[in-house]
Each structure stands twice: as C-alpha cells, then as structure tokens.
Design a protein. Structure first.
Length: 635
C-alpha cells in the first residue's frame, strides 16, 4: 500500500513493509515476532507460520466492502479441541481495520465491542444455556479452549505468543457472537456470515506472497537468506504423512489442505494431519462392513464427491454409519446410512430457537418456517473411524442428538459438552446411492448381530407384535366342555320343589378359570337363577346370580326383541376335586328348562379387549413419534 512504512526485524535485520496500523509484526524471513512502536522494534519470540490451506485469502490480497478498499495484512490461526479457525486482518488506506473469520467453510466479518453488561460467571455457562448479550437472548452453541497456533503478516495490537483462552459462541438476533474469557477479562466479538463476493474477494489461484532475497537490507550470513519460493507446503508434504505410532505411510486423498484428523490404515491410530502427532492411539485396524468404500467417487447435485471418511456410531445394540463426502467445490457434506435408510446433510449456522436437549420424540421444531417432527433421540459413541476429517475425532467419543423429519426433509442436531451443531438435508433412496457411486448392487444394511432395523421395525412396532402374539396364543387355547346337564323347572323352582333347589356334583380337573354357561329358551319372560358352590365337605365357597330375560314382538310391521336367552359367569378354582352345585330360581311365569354347560380354559374377554386396545394405543403413539401422523396442535 502507498502508505506503508518500513520496519527492520530485530533478529535477522530484514526489512518488512508494514501498514500504519501495525503493532505486532511477523518477519517473513526468519519467523520472528516483534512489536513496532515509535519506530522501534522489540523482539518477543518466534512463532509458526500457519500451514498453507486452500483458503481463498492470503497476505497482500486486495478486497472491497461497501466502497472501501482494503488489503489482507495479517493472519492468525487458533486451535481448539476439534480443529482450527483462521482470522484475517484487513487494513484500509486510511488505517481502518477489518477482521474476517474463516471456520469450517464459513466466512464472516466481525468487530470487537465494549461490554456494557455483566456476563455470568464462566463456570455457570453451559452448552444450550441462554444468556443475555446486548439485551438479546444468546444461545450458547459452543464452548471450548483455544490457543494461538500460528501467525503471519501484521496485526494492530499486541498478543502473547502463548495466548490461550476459553470462549463461548452462538447466535443472537441472527448475528454470530463470541465471548473470550482470559486473565485479562472478557472480550466480546459480534459478526455476521458473508460471501466472498460481499468482500470483493476473488478466490486465489496461488499465493503471491513470497519471501524475496532482493528486499534484504542488511549484512547476513548466507544461512539466513531465503529463496524466492512461495510460503506453502509441497503437495507431497501435505498428502503423504508417516504415522508416528507405527511408522507406516499415510496418504491423504480427500481434501488434504483442510484435513485435521487422519486415521492410519495399518494401526488405526488417529493422527493430527498437520503435525503427524498421535491424537488417539489404537493397536488394531479391522474395518467393519460398510456399504461404501473409502475413496469411492460419484456425482451428487452437480458436484463430484469423494468418500473421504467413515464413522460407525453405536448405541447399545444399534448402529448407524456416517460418510464424510468431500465435494469438488471445496465443501463437504454427510451421507448417513441408518439400517438401509439413507439421507444427506450439511452443517447449517442459522439454528432454531428451541433448546435441543429439552425436546422429546413426537414434539415439533421449526426451521425456515417449516415444522419438523422429532423422530428419535440418540446418544451414540464412535465405534470405528477411518479416512480423514476436517475436525478432531476418535474412537470412544460420545455425542447426543436427535433426528427430525418433514416429508423427505431432515433436520438433525448433535451436541456434547463443548458444542451444538445443526444439520439440514434430505432423504435419498438406496437406488440413487447405487447410481451415484456406480455400485453393482443396491446397498443394504449390514446384517450383523444386534443391528436395529429401524426402517422396518420401531420399538413400538416390536412391543405391539409381542402383545399381538400373546393375544393370538390366548385365542388358540380353546375352551373344553367338561360338564353339561339340564335342569327342569320342577327341580330349581321354589314353588315346585320342596327343597327349593336342585343339586348336582361336578369334578374340576385342574386349577384354572372355568366358564359356567346358562341357556334357556325364554320368550316374553324372565328368570333369576342363583348358583351356590360347595366343597367336598358341603361347605359353601361362593354364590352368584344369573339374570336372563327375553321379550319379542311386532310393532308397526317390524319385528323387535330385547334381552338374552343365555348368561355366562367366569369362576376361578384354585384346587381340583369334587364340588357340589346348588341351583334355585325365580321366574315371572312358566319357564322352560335350563341347560348348564361348564368349560375349562376360560379367558376373560375384557382382558383380550384391553390387550387389543393397548396395541392400538402403542401403534398410534409410535406413528406419532415417527412423524407419520400428528395429533398435536401446532398452531
């Protein structure tokens, strides 16, 4: 820039051009960091240069926003537990500063703001909690520790090279909010997601920022001199690593410049792709059966895609597979195989307002004015990984989540103790997966022990099936008649029998339920029948009444009838043996004989009705939870 001034590195003597806003400078020749104030340079140490990636930004790159031109002059890289993010410092000709953040393919501009309210104690802030920031509700979506991992160029303030801090991040009023907590206090940053076009940035072809020997203005030994080569890693250095756990070669095939974790295919250890350091050690590498192979290529939504990573998640006796797809446009998305039910998804930043931890299956959630029904909640653990990923992951990590559906659209959320992530996507057929990747057959769910067949059977369906089988078994246990006899009116009628009752002996063959059925050819008459049961010693055990009545006739040319000519009673006998039955009856007029039949293996009908009703209720609840039907008022 025309307003640049010169600063001399206090370590190697090289001259570095800097803007009027520069305060902390990185020497492009010896990697020293020094402050520059009042035309004096003070050495503070050395710092690593951020590893070259396929970022659209580079030192010296011009841009324009809302009519103001700027130039990228500084670059900071911060590392957190699952990856990196980059911050780029843009400076205008007038010395004004613009900050650009780049994190997992998302670009945003942000500015530092003074705190005007007290922030809750950090220990009291957790994932999913809503706090007030600038008078607006702020949902904490991420909480983690971060540390400076690299620096190049210049920035307009001083920072400690060993800087580390705790941060929380989320959304308030559709803006990205970050709070940084350090020993110096709390700093707040507010930003918004933008496009490269908004910044007037043209994606680079190569990095023009070079270390040139002709800019040296000092007497140095030749060992301090630098060649005229761009500051970047050779492709072979990026794409080929050596496993520091077993010494085997490791090759990156997806998007090497953005890879954070790569898994050694010899020992299964998870490595930091930028340093080869072992992040999670393993002694075996035995992949389970997957529907798609690592490196599988295809075309999806107009983009060439490559299967770069595979994860098997497990929850108790159920598992599902997730595939990381690198796209030809530099983005990535996910492909999920849940027991043969396939879907695609990509991470979204505009999260719904609901707290995901509080939502339950069957409830609804709104995203982009569309209601989604929560299908299920999960708590899965990484059971196997291989390939490469743009964040930190390893076997044994556990995350909670849920899947919600609206037709073919899908909304998912995953969270752990450090962050919440939202994903949106669509269902996709197995036949289409076959076509995309050129498979010889339609992919099926691996039929392994304990595999949850959710696409066909849900928990509710299984319970209903069990109840239905029980009911069917009950129905197949047929009643068996053990006694049958006829009682004439002269035997049981008080007015015709001096004893006032009829007596019969029966044999109960086994413990269980028995049905006593009384049938009489009544017509325009009623009969109240009393039965007393005595044991072998003639001691009364129980007594019950049976009320029968039947009337019929013709009225207005139509026949009618009411009542019943039979009655049944279920009795439970706890001991087999001989029993005495005493019968007596009252009636309105002359009554025909009464046929008495006794059946064993009697089942109470109302219990069967309860079982059937229970099946229906479980099915309705299950369909509602799976989003197939909806009885909830969403208005």
């Amino acid at each position: 820039m025309s307003s640049d001034r010169e600063s001399t590195c206090p370590h190697c003597g090289a001259v570095n051009p800097i803007s009027p806003a520069a305060l902390l400078v990185h020497c492009a020749f010896c990697s020293s960091a020094y402050t520059f104030k009042d035309n004096r340079a003070l050495l503070i140490g050395t710092v690593a240069i951020p590893t070259q990636t396929d970022s659209p930004f580079y030192i010296g790159q011009p841009g324009s926003i809302q009519g103001f031109s700027f130039q990228i002059r500084g670059h900071l890289r911060y590392r957190y537990s699952t990856g990196y993010w980059d911050e780029w410092c843009g400076v205008t000709a007038e010395g004004k500063v613009l900050w650009i953040s780049e994190d997992e393919q998302e670009v945003s501009i942000f500015r530092r703001e003074e705190l005007t309210e007290r922030i809750s104690d950090l220990d009291q802030i957790g994932i999913g909690q809503i706090i007030s920031v600038a008078g607006a509700p702020f949902m904490v979506e991420e909480r983690d520790q971060a540390a400076l991992a690299g620096f190049e160029g210049e920035i307009p303030f001083e920072i400690a090279l060993e800087r580390s801090f705790t941060y929380i991040a989320g959304i308030a009023n559709e803006e990205r909010i970050t709070l940084e907590f350090s020993e110096n206090g709390v700093e707040r940053y507010r930003g918004k997601v933008v496009t490269l076009e908004y910044l007037g940035i043209t994606p680079k072809v190569s990095n023009p920022y070079e270390k040139k020997t002709d800019t040296l203005n000092h007497n140095l030994d030749t060992e301090h001199a630098s060649t005229t080569e761009p500051v970047k890693l050779n492709d072979s250095e990026i794409e080929k690593l050596t496993c520091t756990a077993c010494g085997a070669p490791v090759k990156l095939t997806g998007n090497p410049a953005k890879t954070i974790t790569v898994v050694c295919t010899f020992c299964g250890s998870a490595l930091d792709a930028r340093t080869s350091a072992v992040m999670a050690r393993s002694n075996t590498y035995t992949p389970p059966r997957f529907a798609l192979e690592l490196g599988a290529h295809g075309t999806m939504s107009g983009q060439e895609v490559t299967v770069a990573g595979r994860i098997r998640m497990k929850e108790e006796d159920w598992h599902w597979d997730e595939y990381l797809l690198w796209c030809s446009n530099g983005e990535y998305r996910w492909l999920t195989d849940d027991s043969g039910s396939w879907s695609t998804s990509r991470r979204i930043r505009t999260a719904p307002a609901e707290l995901p931890q509080d939502l339950m299956p069957g409830e609804s959630i709104t995203y982009q004015s569309q209601k989604f029904r929560i299908k299920e909640k999960t708590r899965g653990t990484v059971d196997f990984i291989d390939g490469e990923f743009p964040y930190y992951t390893a076997k044994g990590l556990t995350t909670s989540g849920f899947d919600a559906v609206s037709g073919t659209r899908k909304l998912s959320c995953e969270w752990n103790t450090k962050e919440i992530e939202w994903y949106a996507g669509d269902s996709i057929s197995a036949e289409r997966i076959k076509g995309i990747f050129g498979l010889t057959s339609t992919p099926r769910a691996p039929q392994t022990e304990g595999n949850k067949q959710q696409s066909s059977w849900s928990n509710g369906a299984v319970v209903t099936l069990i109840i239905a089988i029980i009911a069917l078994v009950i129905l197949t246990i047929r009643e068996t008649q053990i006694e049958s006899f006829t009682l004439e009116e002269s035997e049981y009628s008080d007015s015709l029998n001096d004893d006032g009752f009829a007596e019969r002996e029966i044999t109960i063959p086994a413990k269980g339920n028995y049905r006593f059925k009384y049938t009489s050819n009544l017509n325009d008459n009623w009969l109240f029948f009393t039965t007393e049961i005595q044991d072998s010693a003639k001691r009364p055990l129980m007594q019950f009444g049976s009320d029968m009545s039947y009337y019929s006739g013709t009225e207005g040319g139509e026949s009618w009838s009411e009542g019943s000519q039979n009655h049944s009673q279920i009795l439970s006998f706890s001991h087999p043996g001989r029993y005495t039955l005493l019968f007596s009856g009252e009636n309105e007029s002359s009554t025909p004989s009464v046929q008495v039949s006794i059946y064993k293996n009697a089942f109470v009908v109302r219990y069967l009705v309860i079982l059937i009703a229970l099946c229906i209720i479980i099915i309705i609840i299950d369909l509602n939870n799976r989003g197939i039907i909806n009885f909830t008022n969403d208005d």
